[in-house]
Design a protein around this ligand. Structure first.
Ligand code: NDP
Length: 278
């Protein structure tokens, strides 16, 4: 039976350090500040934005909420981002995704200055300590560290190649000296590839897509997927019940990687504030 890596436990561990760093900044008269832009009224986005605000308040981080109408143009949004880029009292800037269809997400994501890009979407993933790492993949790396899972030399398989999860996840595992394979919808004989994995990361967006026959005995299985299958029911990409019996470590959904994403956002915000006020 696998050991469950609990997101709450790892997030609390990370946030204790973030709080200490935020307090040290406050003692110097610096209040870390995160600006979150929400365009439109998508209910899920509203929930995410509210959670970010609450977490900021818990940590003594100033939270600036900018709510724009759904018909906001790209130019108007760019002007808002530019103003926040130029404001020295704001240390982190993010636009809640998805954005309305008249706005090109990549243009907006790239408009945020790298030192304020607390989502880490523009990160080059190098060994540079100053880089703000992409939150979800960085959260996975924290979970592996916390569980004592060494990545160096391991065969790592990431299923999914999105710009915000799959690709940066693969890059971070590679940075940690894993031997990394990235799979996607065109991968042939996916199960044969996933069965090779010592560390398997699922970021597909399909409920219970990874079944026990796709997992090697003793593998570490990380489930990034969040799939809403009923109003109050979330399922991961991994068939948890079956895979738990085979894996050595596994993350649950809910209560897994999702809790790490917001913790890493807070970490990036405080780190950005520290770097901008040296
Ligand atoms: P995307 O839809 O952008 O990417 C999904 C990836 O899965 C694509 O690369 C796609 O391949 C691949 N894929 C789809 N079908 C298959 C298949 N049959 N076989 C192999 N690969 C397949 O999703 P995201 O990366 O944004 O998110 C993935 C999941 O993670 C979602 O459930 C999302 O909700 C969740 N998520 C969770 C977060 C958290 O905080 N826990 C944060 C962000 C996302 P191709 O490129 O070929 O189309």
């Amino acid at each position: 039976m696998a050991t469950i890596i609990k997101g709450k436990e790892v997030a609390e561990y990370v946030l204790a350090d973030v709080k200490a760093r935020a307090d040290a900044l406050l003692a110097r008269g610096i209040t870390p500040c995160l600006a979150v832009i929400l365009v439109g009224d998508d209910p899920a986005s509203q929930v995410y934005v509210r959670k970010k605000k609450e977490k900021c308040e818990e940590l003594g981080i100033r939270s600036l909420q900018i709510h724009l109408p759904a018909e906001t143009t790209q130019q108007e949004l760019l002007a808002r981002v530019e103003a926040l880029n130029a404001d020295p009292s704001v240390h982190g800037v993010l636009c809640q995704l998805p954005l309305p269809e008249q706005i090109d997400e990549q243009t907006i994501v790239r408009a945020v200055r790298p030192e304020k890009d607390v989502d880490g979407f523009t990160c080059r993933i190098s060994a540079d300590e100053r880089d703000l790492m992409p939150c979800t993949p960085a959260g996975v790396m924290e979970m592996l560290r916390y569980a004592g899972v060494a990545v160096a030399g391991k065969r790592c398989v990431v299923v999914g190649r999105s710009n915000i999860v799959g690709k940066p996840m693969a890059a971070l595992l590679l940075q940690a000296d894993g031997t990394v394979t990235v799979c996607h919808s065109k991968t042939r004989d996916l199960a044969a590839v996933t069965r090779e994995a010592d560390i398997l990361v699922a970021a597909v967006g399909k409920p219970h897509f990874i079944t026990a026959d796709m997992v090697k005995e003793g593998a570490v299985v990380i489930d990034v997927g969040v799939n809403r299958v009923a109003e109050k029911k979330l399922l991961g990409d991994v068939d948890f019940e079956a895979v738990e019996k085979k894996a050595s470590f596994i993350t649950p959904v809910p209560g897994g990687v999702g809790l790490m994403t917001i913790a890493m956002l807070m970490k990036n915000t405080v780190r950005a504030a520290a770097q901008q006020t040296i």
